[in-house]
Design a protein around this ligand. Structure first.
Ligand code: FMN
Length: 292
């Protein structure tokens, strides 16, 4: 299969068959991660491989009881690692203040995702499947404590990898025409915008269970107990909020708009706890005082 077909057919895999991944395969996955593009060729990353059954169970529990993290024979915690760079700079009579630099942070985050996506693509080519786990960010304190991740190292992304047990349902996507602009940005007229999203999602129907099965992929693929719990909660919220549109479901039930903003405080704290203070630092490498 060519790269185009490979990428067009890729789907997040959450149902793994339990087969272990051979060491030489894992070595190749790590190699391509480390070969990814990285701003300034700085490689501000560390890849923490989790294979031990106990550790997988702990990790799955920490990131929100996501059963596929436990099922997957391998999870890779992609860490934004400024500690190694700081130490290297220090040992070389230089100074590195990545933890206070928004630029290093943003580029570093992008670097991490380039590395992670290299793994996704090679995994796919080797007959493996994978799923990103974004909740590693909001649970970074616990992840850092469990895996002994030191200050100046932040678990930025998690990827669980394994051999697929079943072929997942393809997630619907917007048509390319709705997201591609030529030469200048052209704002979609309201009707075209709504049409584009209507074409992406199934209509919200009275039978909420049906709807959830087709849109709430994580719940649909969870173990029976979690599945029932997640779907029940989602159904109750849909009823309470009188959900009639896909956007109401997405930004009312799954990612409630105000709640997503309220999370800022806790999220910023997890970065501070890891020594990353680039959100306040303005000049001279010192964070602004609370009052300033
Ligand atoms: C940044 C990021 C975070 C994600 N976090 C999770 C997660 O916490 N749990 C999960 O099951 N899937 C997670 N996913 C997978 C998405 O749900 C999935 O990519 C999306 O539904 C589209 O499906 P597809 O990957 O099959 O195209 C994440 C994906 C990305 C890119």
């Amino acid at each position: 299969m060519g790269v185009y077909e490979l990428l067009m057919n890729r789907k997040s895999v959450r149902n793994f068959d339990g087969r272990p991944i051979a060491d030489d395969v894992i070595a190749r996955l790590v190699e391509v991660a480390n070969r990814a593009p990285t701003g300034g060729n700085i490689q501000p990353w560390s890849f923490l491989l989790v294979q031990d059954a106990r550790a997988r169970a702990d990790l799955a529990a920490i990131v929100g009881n996501q059963p596929w993290v436990k099922r997957a024979p391998l999870s890779i915690i992609f860490c934004l690692d400024f500690l190694r760079l700081k130490r290297w700079a220090e040992l070389s009579d230089a100074k590195f203040l990545g933890e206070l630099s928004l630029s290093h942070f943003l580029i570093g985050y992008a670097d991490i995702m380039c590395a992670a996506q290299n793994v996704v693509v090679l995994a796919e080519d080797l007959g493996l499947g994978s799923v990103y786990i974004g909740t590693v960010q909001s649970t970074a304190d616990e992840v850092r404590a469990r895996f002994e991740i030191p200050t100046y190292v932040f678990p930025a992304m998690l990827l669980s990898v394994g051999y697929p047990k079943s072929t997942p349902v393809a997630a619907p996507k917007l048509a390319a025409a709705a997201v591609v602009h030529y030469e200048i940005y052209r704002t979609l007229p309201d009707a075209a915008l709504v049409r584009a999203y209507d074409a992406k999602y199934p209509a919200v129907e009275a039978n909420a269970a049906n709807y959830l099965e087709r849109t709430f992929f994580e719940a649909a693929e969870a173990d029976a107990q979690e599945k029932a719990g997640w779907q029940d909660r989602a159904r109750a919220e849909m009823r309470r909020l009188g959900v009639k549109t896909n956007a109401q479901f997405l930004f009312g039930v799954r990612y409630p708009a105000e709640w997503m903003v309220e999370m800022n405080g806790a999220l910023l704290d997890t970065f501070l706890n890891a020594g990353f203070d680039c959100f306040r630092a303005r000049a001279g490498g010192e964070p602004e005082s609370e009052s300033g």
